[in-house]
Design a protein around this ligand. Structure first.
Ligand SMILES: O=C(O)CCC(=O)C(=O)O
Length: 388
C-alpha cells in the first residue's frame, strides 16, 4: 500500500474544510492499482542512466521573490525594482517566485485536496479521463504513457483552459467523469481563472522588465490564450536515487506558474549544476518557457528543470502552462531584435511547436534548437504544408 502522508489530515498546507462532493466509494487503499509506489524492484523503464541519475545535495537556487502587489501600488520605483529583479533572474535561468499573487490560499488548499481525492480513486475511475496518445488532456500514469524508457515517476491530470470559453474546465470534467465531478470542476475552473489573471500581470511586469515602449505588449499578446492546468502527483519511491519524478526538460509553452506543496523536489540546471528550489509558503514558482524564450529573441532563458522524489512522502504540484492562441504568430517585438542581438529563432505558431513536442520530439535540453532546425528544414521543402 502506498503511504499517503500528504493527504489532508496531516499536510500543513491543507485547511480543515474537506472537499465534499467527489465520489470516493470503492476507492479503498487496498484496491488501489499499484500505478507507482510500493515496488522494491523498480521496473527498468523507470531507471535513469547513471549520468542522469538524481542528486539529493543540490545547493539552493537563489531566486528573487517578486511582490506582485507593486503593480497596482502606483509606486513607479517599486515597479522598476521588481522589473529589475525579474530581468536579472530571467536572463540567468528564467525562474523567480511571486508573492501577493492574488490566489486565495483557501482555493489553493482546495485545489490540493481535490487532487488527493482524484488520484485516490480506483484506476478504472481515473481512466474514464484517460489521456490518449498524441493528446494533451486527461489522466496519465507512466505505465500508459508514450515513452518506453526514462519514464517519469508520477501520475498527472491535465485539462485545457481558455478564458474566452465559459466553464471550459467544468464542462470537460463533467462530460468525461460525470455529474458528480461538477464541484471538482468548479474548483479548478476558479483556480485557472485566477492563474489566467495572474499570468497577465506577470506578462505586464515582464514587458516592463524588457524595456518595451508598449508596456502592455505581452499582456495584450496573451490576453487570449490557450493554456493548460496539470495536476502532478509524485508518489514516494523505495529507491529514489534510481528514478526521476520528471526528467530534465524545458517547458515548450510560454510561462509556467507552479504551486508546489512543502515537500520539495524541483531542481533547476544553472551554471552547469543542479540547484534545488526550496518551497516558500505562500509563493508560486514562475518560469519562462521555450515559446517566450523565442518571443524575447533569446534574451530570457527557458531553463532545464526536473523533479526528484523521495522514499517517505508523496509530493503534489499544480502547474499552469500559459500559451498563446494556437495560430498566433510567435515573433519577437522589433525592439528586441538589434545588430548585437539578431533574430535567433524563425517565426512559428504555437500549434507547430506544441505538435512538434507532442508527436515528434520528447522535450529535453535542446527542444527549441531542434525545433528551429526542423522549421528551417520544413521551409526548404517545396510544397510543405505542415507549418500552416
Ligand atoms: O512538479 C514540479 O515541480 C514541476 C513540474 C514540471 O516540470 C512539469 O509538469 O513540466
Amino acid at each position: 500500500m502506498v503511504q499517503r502522508p500528504g493527504s489532508y489530515s496531516n499536510n500543513p498546507l491543507m485547511s480543515d474544510q474537506k472537499p465534499n462532493s467527489l465520489p470516493t466509494s470503492g476507492a479503498k487503499d487496498d484496491q488501489q492499482q499499484p500505478v507507482l509506489g510500493s515496488e522494491s524492484n523498480i521496473p527498468s523503464q523507470f531507471i535513469w542512466p547513471d549520468h542522469e541519475k538524481p542528486c539529493f545535495d543540490a545547493p539552493e537556487l537563489k531566486i528573487p521573490i517578486i511582490d506582485m502587489a507593486v503593480l497596482s501600488s502606483g509606486d513607479p520605483l517599486a515597479v522598476s525594482k521588481a522589473a529589475e529583479l525579474v530581468n536579472e533572474a530571467c536572463k540567468k535561468h528564467g525562474f523567480f517566485m511571486v508573492s501577493n499573487h492574488g490566489i486565495d490560499s483557501g482555493l489553493a488548499d482546495n485545489a490540493h485536496e481535490y487532487m488527493d481525492k482524484f488520484f485516490g480513486l480506483q484506476l478504472s475511475e481515473k481512466q474514464k479521463v484517460q489521456r490518449k496518445a498524441g493528446e494533451q488532456y486527461g489522466y496519465m500514469n507512466s505505465y500508459v504513457g508514450r515513452y518506453a524508457s526514462k519514464m517519469p515517476w508520477k501520475e498527472t491530470l491535465s485539462f485545457r483552459y481558455c478564458p474566452d470559453i465559459q466553464d471550459i474546465v467544468v464542462d470537460y470534467l463533467v462530460n468525461v467523469m460525470g455529474e458528480d465531478f461538477r464541484q471538482f470542476g468548479r474548483i479548478y475552473q476558479e483556480y485557472c481563472e485566477g492563474m489566467g489573471k495572474l499570468s497577465l500581470g506577470i506578462m505586464e511586469l515582464i514587458g516592463i522588465s524588457l524595456g518595451l515602449d508598449d508596456q502592455a505588449y505581452f499582456r495584450d499578446f496573451f490576453q487570449e490564450n490557450d493554456s493548460i492546468l496539470r495536476l502532478n502527483l509524485y508518489p514516494p519511491c523505495k529507491n529514489p536515487d534510481l528514478v526521476l519524478g520528471i526528467g530534465p526538460h524545458s517547458d515548450p509553452n510560454s510561462l509556467t506558474i507552479l504551486h508546489q506543496d512543502l515537500v520539495g523536489g524541483l531542481q533547476v540546471l544553472t551554471d552547469e549544476k543542479w540547484h534545488s528550489v526550496t518551497p516558500v509558503p505562500g509563493t508560486l514558482v514562475v518560469n519562462i518557457g521555450d515559446t517566450f524564450m523565442a518571443l524575447s529573441n533569446g534574451i530570457y532563458k527557458s531553463c532545464l528543470h526536473r523533479v526528484v522524489v523521495n522514499n517517505q512522502t508523496e509530493r503534489k504540484s499544480l502547474a499552469f502552462f500559459l500559451s498563446p492562441k494556437v495560430d498566433k504568430h510567435v515573433t519577437p517585438p522589433a525592439s528586441l531584435v538589434t545588430s548585437e542581438n539578431p533574430r535567433m529563432y524563425p517565426d512559428f505558431t504555437w500549434v507547430t511547436l506544441r505538435d512538434f513536442t507532442l508527436k515528434r520530439y520528447r522535450p529535453d535540453m535542446q527542444t527549441l534548437d531542434a525545433f528551429a532546425k526542423w522549421v528551417q528544414e520544413q521551409e526548404q521543402e517545396p510544397n510543405n504544408k505542415t507549418l500552416a
